[in-house]
Design a binder for this molecule. Structure first.
Ligand code: SF4
Length: 435
Protein backbone atom coordinates (compact mmCIF):
# COMPACT_ATOMS: atom_id res chain seq x y z
CA UNK A 1 0.00 0.00 0.00
CA UNK A 2 1.07 3.53 -0.64
CA UNK A 3 1.54 5.01 2.80
CA UNK A 4 3.47 8.10 1.81
CA UNK A 5 2.49 11.32 3.53
CA UNK A 6 0.04 13.26 1.43
CA UNK A 7 -3.30 14.93 2.16
CA UNK A 8 -5.04 11.58 2.13
CA UNK A 9 -2.57 9.75 4.32
CA UNK A 10 -4.65 11.05 7.19
CA UNK A 11 -6.79 7.96 6.57
CA UNK A 12 -6.17 5.10 8.92
CA UNK A 13 -5.65 2.67 6.07
CA UNK A 14 -3.58 0.23 8.07
CA UNK A 15 -6.72 -0.69 10.02
CA UNK A 16 -8.05 -2.19 6.83
CA UNK A 17 -4.92 -3.87 5.52
CA UNK A 18 -6.05 -7.11 7.20
CA UNK A 19 -8.87 -7.23 4.68
CA UNK A 20 -6.42 -7.28 1.83
CA UNK A 21 -4.42 -10.13 3.27
CA UNK A 22 -7.16 -12.30 4.70
CA UNK A 23 -10.01 -11.89 2.28
CA UNK A 24 -8.42 -11.04 -1.03
CA UNK A 25 -9.76 -7.51 -1.29
CA UNK A 26 -7.48 -5.61 -3.65
CA UNK A 27 -6.16 -2.08 -3.09
CA UNK A 28 -8.19 0.44 -5.07
CA UNK A 29 -4.96 2.09 -6.24
CA UNK A 30 -4.60 -0.84 -8.66
CA UNK A 31 -7.55 0.28 -10.76
CA UNK A 32 -7.59 4.03 -10.16
CA UNK A 33 -5.70 4.91 -13.33
CA UNK A 34 -8.27 3.02 -15.43
CA UNK A 35 -11.18 5.12 -14.19
CA UNK A 36 -12.18 8.13 -16.24
CA UNK A 37 -13.00 11.09 -14.00
CA UNK A 38 -12.74 9.29 -10.63
CA UNK A 39 -14.99 10.34 -7.75
CA UNK A 40 -13.34 12.30 -4.92
CA UNK A 41 -13.68 9.27 -2.62
CA UNK A 42 -11.57 7.35 -5.12
CA UNK A 43 -9.00 10.11 -5.53
CA UNK A 44 -8.74 10.54 -1.75
CA UNK A 45 -8.50 6.85 -0.84
CA UNK A 46 -11.74 6.99 1.10
CA UNK A 47 -12.56 4.11 -1.21
CA UNK A 48 -9.56 1.95 -0.46
CA UNK A 49 -10.35 -1.52 -1.78
CA UNK A 50 -12.31 -3.48 -4.34
CA UNK A 51 -13.22 -6.82 -5.77
CA UNK A 52 -13.22 -7.15 -9.55
CA UNK A 53 -13.66 -3.40 -10.12
CA UNK A 54 -11.55 -3.79 -13.29
CA UNK A 55 -14.73 -5.24 -14.87
CA UNK A 56 -16.58 -2.01 -14.03
CA UNK A 57 -13.71 0.14 -15.31
CA UNK A 58 -13.71 -1.90 -18.53
CA UNK A 59 -17.48 -1.43 -18.89
CA UNK A 60 -17.19 2.33 -18.33
CA UNK A 61 -14.32 2.68 -20.80
CA UNK A 62 -15.93 0.58 -23.50
CA UNK A 63 -19.60 1.54 -23.12
CA UNK A 64 -20.60 -1.96 -22.04
CA UNK A 65 -23.64 -2.50 -19.80
CA UNK A 66 -23.06 -2.51 -16.05
CA UNK A 67 -25.07 -1.86 -12.90
CA UNK A 68 -24.63 -0.36 -9.49
CA UNK A 69 -26.67 -1.54 -6.52
CA UNK A 70 -26.87 -0.83 -2.82
CA UNK A 71 -29.47 -0.90 -0.09
CA UNK A 72 -30.50 0.97 3.03
CA UNK A 73 -32.21 -0.46 6.07
CA UNK A 74 -35.05 1.89 7.06
CA UNK A 75 -34.34 2.05 10.76
CA UNK A 76 -33.36 5.59 11.67
CA UNK A 77 -32.17 8.96 10.53
CA UNK A 78 -30.34 9.43 7.25
CA UNK A 79 -26.85 10.70 8.04
CA UNK A 80 -23.60 11.58 6.31
CA UNK A 81 -22.53 7.91 6.19
CA UNK A 82 -25.60 7.08 4.08
CA UNK A 83 -24.89 10.11 1.92
CA UNK A 84 -21.51 8.60 1.04
CA UNK A 85 -23.11 5.43 -0.35
CA UNK A 86 -25.75 7.46 -2.19
CA UNK A 87 -23.10 9.63 -3.80
CA UNK A 88 -21.25 6.52 -4.98
CA UNK A 89 -24.43 5.10 -6.51
CA UNK A 90 -25.27 8.40 -8.21
CA UNK A 91 -21.73 8.80 -9.55
CA UNK A 92 -21.89 5.32 -11.13
CA UNK A 93 -25.30 6.15 -12.59
CA UNK A 94 -23.76 9.26 -14.14
CA UNK A 95 -21.01 7.07 -15.63
CA UNK A 96 -23.64 4.94 -17.40
CA UNK A 97 -24.64 2.29 -14.84
CA UNK A 98 -28.17 1.01 -14.52
CA UNK A 99 -28.68 2.00 -10.88
CA UNK A 100 -30.65 0.10 -8.21
CA UNK A 101 -31.45 1.16 -4.67
CA UNK A 102 -33.23 -1.25 -2.37
CA UNK A 103 -34.97 -0.26 0.83
CA UNK A 104 -34.35 -3.25 3.08
CA UNK A 105 -37.72 -3.28 4.81
CA UNK A 106 -37.76 -7.07 5.10
CA UNK A 107 -34.52 -6.85 7.04
CA UNK A 108 -35.73 -3.97 9.24
CA UNK A 109 -38.94 -5.87 9.98
CA UNK A 110 -37.28 -9.22 10.65
CA UNK A 111 -34.22 -8.01 12.53
CA UNK A 112 -35.39 -4.83 14.26
CA UNK A 113 -39.10 -5.56 14.56
CA UNK A 114 -40.04 -2.31 12.79
CA UNK A 115 -43.62 -2.33 11.48
CA UNK A 116 -44.17 -2.39 7.71
CA UNK A 117 -45.86 0.99 7.84
CA UNK A 118 -42.97 2.57 9.70
CA UNK A 119 -40.45 0.93 7.33
CA UNK A 120 -42.24 2.56 4.40
CA UNK A 121 -42.41 5.88 6.16
CA UNK A 122 -38.72 5.97 7.10
CA UNK A 123 -37.71 4.54 3.70
CA UNK A 124 -39.42 7.35 1.82
CA UNK A 125 -39.15 10.30 4.18
CA UNK A 126 -35.54 9.75 5.22
CA UNK A 127 -33.72 7.81 2.52
CA UNK A 128 -35.50 8.06 -0.81
CA UNK A 129 -36.22 11.77 -0.65
CA UNK A 130 -32.57 12.54 0.11
CA UNK A 131 -31.42 10.11 -2.60
CA UNK A 132 -33.48 12.02 -5.16
CA UNK A 133 -32.34 15.38 -3.75
CA UNK A 134 -28.71 14.27 -4.14
CA UNK A 135 -29.28 13.61 -7.86
CA UNK A 136 -30.46 10.02 -8.40
CA UNK A 137 -32.18 10.00 -11.78
CA UNK A 138 -35.60 8.42 -12.50
CA UNK A 139 -34.16 6.04 -15.09
CA UNK A 140 -32.76 4.08 -12.11
CA UNK A 141 -34.76 1.74 -9.89
CA UNK A 142 -35.80 2.42 -6.30
CA UNK A 143 -37.75 -0.36 -4.61
CA UNK A 144 -38.82 -1.82 -1.29
CA UNK A 145 -37.78 -5.46 -0.82
CA UNK A 146 -41.31 -6.38 0.22
CA UNK A 147 -42.69 -4.96 -3.07
CA UNK A 148 -40.28 -6.73 -5.38
CA UNK A 149 -41.55 -10.13 -6.43
CA UNK A 150 -38.33 -10.67 -8.37
CA UNK A 151 -36.19 -10.12 -5.29
CA UNK A 152 -38.42 -12.32 -3.12
CA UNK A 153 -38.45 -15.15 -5.69
CA UNK A 154 -34.71 -14.96 -6.18
CA UNK A 155 -34.16 -14.93 -2.40
CA UNK A 156 -36.11 -18.18 -2.17
CA UNK A 157 -34.00 -19.73 -4.92
CA UNK A 158 -30.76 -18.55 -3.31
CA UNK A 159 -31.96 -19.98 -0.01
CA UNK A 160 -31.77 -23.41 -1.58
CA UNK A 161 -28.00 -22.93 -1.93
CA UNK A 162 -27.33 -21.46 1.53
CA UNK A 163 -27.23 -23.58 4.63
CA UNK A 164 -27.42 -22.77 8.32
CA UNK A 165 -23.74 -23.46 9.02
CA UNK A 166 -22.64 -21.05 6.34
CA UNK A 167 -25.01 -18.29 7.48
CA UNK A 168 -24.17 -18.77 11.14
CA UNK A 169 -20.43 -18.58 10.37
CA UNK A 170 -20.98 -15.24 8.64
CA UNK A 171 -23.72 -13.64 10.73
CA UNK A 172 -23.35 -15.43 14.06
CA UNK A 173 -26.80 -17.04 13.81
CA UNK A 174 -27.71 -19.44 16.59
CA UNK A 175 -30.54 -21.85 17.26
CA UNK A 176 -32.53 -18.86 18.56
CA UNK A 177 -32.29 -16.90 15.29
CA UNK A 178 -35.64 -16.55 13.56
CA UNK A 179 -36.22 -17.98 10.11
CA UNK A 180 -37.25 -14.49 8.90
CA UNK A 181 -33.90 -13.13 10.00
CA UNK A 182 -32.15 -15.86 7.99
CA UNK A 183 -34.39 -15.14 5.04
CA UNK A 184 -33.45 -11.46 5.21
CA UNK A 185 -29.79 -12.47 4.76
CA UNK A 186 -30.50 -14.25 1.48
CA UNK A 187 -32.83 -11.41 0.48
CA UNK A 188 -29.80 -9.12 0.60
CA UNK A 189 -28.02 -11.47 -1.76
CA UNK A 190 -31.06 -11.38 -4.04
CA UNK A 191 -30.92 -7.55 -3.96
CA UNK A 192 -27.33 -7.72 -5.16
CA UNK A 193 -27.89 -10.28 -7.92
CA UNK A 194 -31.29 -9.22 -9.27
CA UNK A 195 -29.94 -6.44 -11.59
CA UNK A 196 -28.61 -9.38 -13.65
CA UNK A 197 -32.03 -10.93 -14.23
CA UNK A 198 -33.33 -11.10 -17.76
CA UNK A 199 -35.85 -8.30 -17.04
CA UNK A 200 -32.92 -5.92 -16.54
CA UNK A 201 -30.87 -7.02 -19.52
CA UNK A 202 -29.30 -10.20 -18.14
CA UNK A 203 -25.84 -10.93 -16.73
CA UNK A 204 -23.55 -7.96 -16.38
CA UNK A 205 -20.93 -6.64 -13.98
CA UNK A 206 -22.63 -5.05 -10.96
CA UNK A 207 -20.78 -2.98 -8.41
CA UNK A 208 -21.90 -2.81 -4.80
CA UNK A 209 -20.44 0.19 -2.95
CA UNK A 210 -20.20 -0.77 0.71
CA UNK A 211 -18.45 -0.02 3.96
CA UNK A 212 -15.55 -2.23 4.92
CA UNK A 213 -17.67 -4.28 7.34
CA UNK A 214 -20.04 -5.43 4.60
CA UNK A 215 -17.62 -7.75 2.86
CA UNK A 216 -19.14 -10.93 4.39
CA UNK A 217 -22.39 -10.18 2.47
CA UNK A 218 -20.41 -9.75 -0.71
CA UNK A 219 -18.51 -13.00 -0.19
CA UNK A 220 -21.72 -14.89 0.59
CA UNK A 221 -23.41 -13.48 -2.51
CA UNK A 222 -20.50 -14.21 -4.81
CA UNK A 223 -20.55 -17.79 -3.53
CA UNK A 224 -24.32 -18.13 -3.93
CA UNK A 225 -24.23 -16.64 -7.44
CA UNK A 226 -21.60 -19.16 -8.41
CA UNK A 227 -23.58 -22.05 -6.92
CA UNK A 228 -26.68 -20.95 -8.84
CA UNK A 229 -24.85 -21.00 -12.14
CA UNK A 230 -25.53 -24.10 -14.20
CA UNK A 231 -22.22 -24.09 -16.06
CA UNK A 232 -18.90 -23.56 -14.35
CA UNK A 233 -15.59 -23.06 -16.07
CA UNK A 234 -12.53 -24.57 -14.38
CA UNK A 235 -8.92 -24.18 -15.41
CA UNK A 236 -7.17 -27.55 -15.30
CA UNK A 237 -3.94 -29.20 -16.36
CA UNK A 238 -3.53 -32.52 -18.17
CA UNK A 239 -0.92 -35.17 -17.29
CA UNK A 240 1.68 -33.41 -19.41
CA UNK A 241 1.02 -30.15 -17.57
CA UNK A 242 -0.78 -28.47 -20.46
CA UNK A 243 -3.56 -26.11 -19.42
CA UNK A 244 -7.13 -26.52 -20.62
CA UNK A 245 -10.64 -25.44 -19.63
CA UNK A 246 -13.24 -27.82 -18.33
CA UNK A 247 -16.85 -26.62 -18.50
CA UNK A 248 -18.72 -28.60 -15.87
CA UNK A 249 -22.33 -28.95 -14.89
CA UNK A 250 -24.43 -31.16 -12.66
CA UNK A 251 -27.71 -29.80 -13.95
CA UNK A 252 -27.35 -28.85 -17.64
CA UNK A 253 -28.89 -31.25 -20.16
CA UNK A 254 -26.64 -33.19 -22.50
CA UNK A 255 -28.25 -31.16 -25.36
CA UNK A 256 -26.94 -27.96 -23.79
CA UNK A 257 -23.48 -29.50 -23.49
CA UNK A 258 -23.65 -30.52 -27.15
CA UNK A 259 -24.68 -27.00 -28.14
CA UNK A 260 -21.66 -25.72 -26.24
CA UNK A 261 -19.42 -28.13 -28.09
CA UNK A 262 -20.76 -26.97 -31.45
CA UNK A 263 -20.29 -23.31 -30.67
CA UNK A 264 -16.87 -23.35 -29.02
CA UNK A 265 -14.03 -23.14 -31.54
CA UNK A 266 -10.91 -25.30 -31.12
CA UNK A 267 -10.43 -28.84 -29.88
CA UNK A 268 -13.17 -29.99 -27.53
CA UNK A 269 -14.10 -33.29 -25.99
CA UNK A 270 -17.52 -34.00 -24.53
CA UNK A 271 -18.03 -36.27 -21.51
CA UNK A 272 -21.05 -36.93 -19.32
CA UNK A 273 -21.48 -33.64 -17.42
CA UNK A 274 -18.42 -31.85 -18.71
CA UNK A 275 -16.83 -30.50 -21.84
CA UNK A 276 -13.05 -30.09 -22.06
CA UNK A 277 -11.68 -27.30 -24.23
CA UNK A 278 -8.08 -27.33 -25.43
CA UNK A 279 -6.19 -24.51 -27.17
CA UNK A 280 -8.55 -21.73 -26.08
CA UNK A 281 -6.75 -18.43 -26.30
CA UNK A 282 -9.79 -16.17 -25.93
CA UNK A 283 -11.26 -16.67 -22.48
CA UNK A 284 -13.69 -13.74 -22.79
CA UNK A 285 -15.22 -15.28 -25.89
CA UNK A 286 -15.46 -18.67 -24.18
CA UNK A 287 -17.20 -17.04 -21.22
CA UNK A 288 -19.62 -15.23 -23.52
CA UNK A 289 -20.64 -18.46 -25.26
CA UNK A 290 -20.99 -20.34 -21.97
CA UNK A 291 -23.23 -17.60 -20.54
CA UNK A 292 -25.39 -17.50 -23.67
CA UNK A 293 -25.93 -21.26 -23.63
CA UNK A 294 -26.69 -21.19 -19.91
CA UNK A 295 -29.29 -18.45 -20.34
CA UNK A 296 -30.95 -20.35 -23.18
CA UNK A 297 -31.03 -23.43 -20.97
CA UNK A 298 -32.89 -21.56 -18.22
CA UNK A 299 -29.92 -20.75 -15.97
CA UNK A 300 -28.86 -17.39 -14.52
CA UNK A 301 -25.23 -17.11 -15.67
CA UNK A 302 -24.52 -14.59 -12.91
CA UNK A 303 -21.36 -12.53 -13.13
CA UNK A 304 -19.82 -12.45 -9.61
CA UNK A 305 -20.76 -9.08 -8.09
CA UNK A 306 -17.96 -6.51 -7.85
CA UNK A 307 -17.54 -4.25 -4.86
CA UNK A 308 -15.85 -1.13 -3.61
CA UNK A 309 -14.99 -0.61 0.06
CA UNK A 310 -14.97 2.77 1.70
CA UNK A 311 -13.68 3.58 5.12
CA UNK A 312 -16.07 4.89 7.73
CA UNK A 313 -16.39 8.36 9.03
CA UNK A 314 -15.63 8.57 12.70
CA UNK A 315 -18.02 10.12 15.18
CA UNK A 316 -17.84 13.87 15.64
CA UNK A 317 -16.66 13.31 19.19
CA UNK A 318 -14.06 10.74 18.11
CA UNK A 319 -14.73 6.99 18.24
CA UNK A 320 -17.59 5.57 16.21
CA UNK A 321 -20.72 7.23 14.93
CA UNK A 322 -23.69 5.87 16.81
CA UNK A 323 -27.37 6.40 16.10
CA UNK A 324 -28.03 6.43 19.84
CA UNK A 325 -25.61 9.35 20.32
CA UNK A 326 -26.95 12.30 18.25
CA UNK A 327 -23.87 14.35 19.07
CA UNK A 328 -21.74 11.80 17.18
CA UNK A 329 -23.31 12.31 13.75
CA UNK A 330 -25.03 14.80 11.50
CA UNK A 331 -28.34 13.89 9.98
CA UNK A 332 -29.30 15.29 6.58
CA UNK A 333 -32.68 16.33 7.98
CA UNK A 334 -31.55 18.14 11.12
CA UNK A 335 -31.61 21.87 11.75
CA UNK A 336 -28.62 23.32 9.84
CA UNK A 337 -27.79 25.70 12.68
CA UNK A 338 -27.74 22.87 15.22
CA UNK A 339 -25.53 20.85 12.89
CA UNK A 340 -23.12 23.78 12.60
CA UNK A 341 -22.95 23.91 16.41
CA UNK A 342 -22.10 20.20 16.48
CA UNK A 343 -19.24 20.83 14.07
CA UNK A 344 -17.94 23.56 16.36
CA UNK A 345 -18.00 21.11 19.27
CA UNK A 346 -16.35 18.30 17.29
CA UNK A 347 -13.08 16.66 18.27
CA UNK A 348 -10.08 17.98 16.37
CA UNK A 349 -6.51 16.84 15.95
CA UNK A 350 -5.31 20.11 17.45
CA UNK A 351 -2.71 20.36 20.20
CA UNK A 352 -3.36 21.39 23.80
CA UNK A 353 -2.00 24.92 23.40
CA UNK A 354 -1.61 27.37 20.56
CA UNK A 355 2.12 27.33 21.15
CA UNK A 356 2.28 23.55 20.69
CA UNK A 357 0.06 23.78 17.64
CA UNK A 358 2.48 26.23 16.03
CA UNK A 359 5.49 24.15 16.99
CA UNK A 360 4.26 20.63 16.24
CA UNK A 361 1.41 21.22 13.82
CA UNK A 362 -2.02 19.61 14.09
CA UNK A 363 -2.92 15.99 13.40
CA UNK A 364 -5.50 15.86 10.62
CA UNK A 365 -5.48 12.04 10.78
CA UNK A 366 -7.10 12.31 14.21
CA UNK A 367 -9.40 15.20 13.36
CA UNK A 368 -13.11 14.74 12.69
CA UNK A 369 -13.34 18.30 11.31
CA UNK A 370 -10.73 17.46 8.69
CA UNK A 371 -12.68 14.32 7.90
CA UNK A 372 -15.83 16.36 7.31
CA UNK A 373 -13.92 18.66 4.97
CA UNK A 374 -12.30 15.79 3.09
CA UNK A 375 -15.39 13.56 2.81
CA UNK A 376 -18.08 16.15 2.26
CA UNK A 377 -17.22 19.82 2.25
CA UNK A 378 -14.20 20.45 0.01
CA UNK A 379 -14.36 19.31 -3.61
CA UNK A 380 -11.24 21.07 -4.81
CA UNK A 381 -8.03 19.05 -4.35
CA UNK A 382 -5.79 22.09 -4.04
CA UNK A 383 -7.91 23.67 -1.36
CA UNK A 384 -7.86 20.47 0.69
CA UNK A 385 -4.11 20.03 0.21
CA UNK A 386 -3.59 23.57 1.49
CA UNK A 387 -5.69 22.94 4.61
CA UNK A 388 -3.70 19.78 5.23
CA UNK A 389 -0.30 21.36 4.80
CA UNK A 390 -1.20 24.43 6.89
CA UNK A 391 -2.49 22.13 9.63
CA UNK A 392 0.58 19.89 9.82
CA UNK A 393 2.85 22.91 9.35
CA UNK A 394 1.34 24.66 12.39
CA UNK A 395 0.04 27.67 10.45
CA UNK A 396 -3.60 26.80 10.97
CA UNK A 397 -5.62 27.04 14.14
CA UNK A 398 -8.54 24.73 14.77
CA UNK A 399 -10.99 27.56 15.45
CA UNK A 400 -10.69 28.81 11.86
CA UNK A 401 -11.04 25.31 10.46
CA UNK A 402 -14.12 24.62 12.54
CA UNK A 403 -15.68 27.90 11.45
CA UNK A 404 -15.11 26.99 7.80
CA UNK A 405 -16.53 23.47 8.23
CA UNK A 406 -19.50 24.70 10.27
CA UNK A 407 -20.38 27.37 7.69
CA UNK A 408 -20.15 24.91 4.78
CA UNK A 409 -22.09 22.23 6.63
CA UNK A 410 -24.87 24.68 7.44
CA UNK A 411 -25.01 25.80 3.80
CA UNK A 412 -24.96 22.26 2.47
CA UNK A 413 -27.81 21.19 4.76
CA UNK A 414 -29.89 24.24 3.97
CA UNK A 415 -29.52 23.63 0.22
CA UNK A 416 -30.07 19.90 0.58
CA UNK A 417 -33.24 20.43 2.58
CA UNK A 418 -34.57 22.79 -0.09
CA UNK A 419 -33.84 20.12 -2.72
CA UNK A 420 -35.64 17.60 -0.51
CA UNK A 421 -38.76 19.75 -0.69
CA UNK A 422 -38.65 19.54 -4.51
CA UNK A 423 -37.91 15.82 -4.34
CA UNK A 424 -41.11 15.23 -2.36
CA UNK A 425 -43.07 16.39 -5.40
CA UNK A 426 -41.13 14.11 -7.75
CA UNK A 427 -41.75 10.73 -6.13
CA UNK A 428 -44.19 9.66 -8.83
CA UNK A 429 -41.44 9.93 -11.46
CA UNK A 430 -39.80 7.10 -9.53
CA UNK A 431 -42.99 5.06 -9.24
CA UNK A 432 -43.40 5.94 -5.55
CA UNK A 433 -45.79 7.91 -3.42
CA UNK A 434 -45.99 9.20 0.13
CA UNK A 435 -48.74 8.22 2.53
FE1 SF4 B 1 -8.17 19.62 12.37
FE2 SF4 B 1 -8.03 21.98 11.20
FE3 SF4 B 1 -7.22 21.66 13.73
FE4 SF4 B 1 -5.82 20.65 11.73
S1 SF4 B 1 -6.19 22.81 12.15
S2 SF4 B 1 -6.35 19.62 13.62
S3 SF4 B 1 -7.43 20.07 10.30
S4 SF4 B 1 -9.32 21.42 12.95
Amino acid sequence: MNMKIDPWSALIIEDYSKLFEEFGILPFDNVLSEIPNPHRYMRRKVIFGHRDYDMIADAMNNSKPFSVMSGFMPSGKIHLGHKMVMEEIIWHQQQGADAFVGIADREAHAVRGISWERCRDIGIEEYIISLIALGFEPKGHIYFQSDSQQVKDLAFELGSKANFSELSAIYGFTGETSVSHMLSAVTQSADILHPQLEEYGGPKPTVIPVGADQDPHIRLTRGLGNKMNMLKIERRKDKEGNGYFSIRSKTASQESMKELQERIPGRTKLFEGHLDVQDCDNFDELLRIVREVELRSGGYAFVPPCSTYHRFMSGLQGGKMSSSVPESYISLTEDPKEAAKKVKRAKTGGRMTLEEQKKLGGEPGKCSVYELLMFHLVEDEEELALIYSECVGGQKVCGNCKALAAERMERFLREHQELREHAKDRLEEYGLKRK
